[in-house]
Design a protein. Structure first.
Length: 306
């Protein structure tokens, strides 16, 4: 490389560095705007767009004074619109931008535990700060999951809320599963699995599947007849729906849930009697023809039940 090329490369590198610093400064300014009610809506919109591009956004959001409180304020502010259902598209979009930032916090390794349990020091002692009350943040989302209105603003709200819980369970963390089992997440997901849109059903069954894949979750669901029956009934209803409106995206999760249940002795005995016939015959052969993984899962399930 000659001197001119080296100088051009150095200049380009310097320009990229300066551009990165400018972007970082803009991020910090937007985060500061979250604590200003007059600036918050635009800041939520801008930050939700940039959350994928800035990998350290989650820790900065969590540790910036007043920011998590501001996000919770956004969530709580729409509670009065849930019942009776008066949520508008504008209000739904705004709170979903706040939820998108919470999803960012929930998915980051450094903030996932904090998101579950609130602020704690490295020694596990509470930190005295303005955000001390923000323990068990996922519970603030449950009123959204408990809605039943089929309108677009509510569907978008449920789907985005499910995305936050989905981000929590994605990394197979037993602490997350233990927390979720202490809440009403399973019945909330089961209802959405039966009556939600295809996208919402997919995220809801993904959450249930992740709970089942954890030994603690499998044991919890199979511990009583009532829990197993609740999950089994919804899965069976989903199979019936899939016969009419086939979707490989949903079917693969249904089969994986049944497969995991078949690994529990008591559940396996029950499934020998109640596994839906469309999973035993050729009903879904056509839509599975290009999905070898799902075909193998179904074959293994049927072998387990022999």
């Amino acid at each position: 490389m000659d001197a001119a090329s080296a100088a051009a490369a150095a200049a380009a590198q310097m320009q990229m560095l300066q551009s990165g610093l400018m972007d970082e400064e803009k991020i910090y300014a937007l985060i500061l705007d979250l604590t200003n009610p007059a600036m918050r809506e635009q800041a939520l919109l801008e930050l939700s767009k940039k959350r994928e591009a800035y990998e350290d956004l989650a820790p900065i959001l969590w540790h910036s004074f007043g920011v998590m409180t501001a996000l919770v304020q956004e969530i709580v502010s729409v509670y009065p619109m849930l019942q009776p259902p008066t949520l508008t598209g504008h209000a739904s979009n705004r709170v979903c931008n706040a939820l998108a930032l919470l999803q960012c916090v929930a998915s980051h390794n450094d903030t996932r535990g904090l998101f579950l349990n609130g602020n704690t020091s490295q020694e596990g002692r509470p930190i005295r700060s303005a955000d001390d009350h923000l323990a068990h943040l996922p519970l603030f989302l449950y009123p959204f999951l408990n809605t039943t209105s089929k309108t677009r603003p509510f569907e978008y709200l449920r789907l985005t809320s499910l995305g936050v819980i989905g981000a929590l369970v994605k990394n197979d963390n037993s602490e997350v599963i233990n927390f979720l089992l202490s809440t009403e997440i399973i019945p909330l997901c089961l209802r959405i699995m039966e009556s939600g849109s295809e996208l919402s059903k997919t995220v809801a069954i993904f959450i249930v599947q992740k709970i089942l894949l954890d030994d603690m979750g499998l044991n919890y669901i199979c511990q009583t007849y009532e829990r197993f029956y609740a999950v089994g009934t919804v899965l069976s209803n989903m199979v019936t729906q899939l016969v009419e409106q086939q979707s490989i995206r949903l079917l693969k999760h249904v089969i994986r849930c049944y497969l995991r249940l078949s690994e529990n002795v008591r559940a396996r005995e029950a499934l020998r009697q109640c596994l839906p016939d469309p999973l035993r015959d050729a009903t879904f052969v056509q839509i599975m023809k290009d999905d070898m993984t799902t075909k193998r899962c179904l074959q293994t399930l049927l072998m387990n039940l022999q």
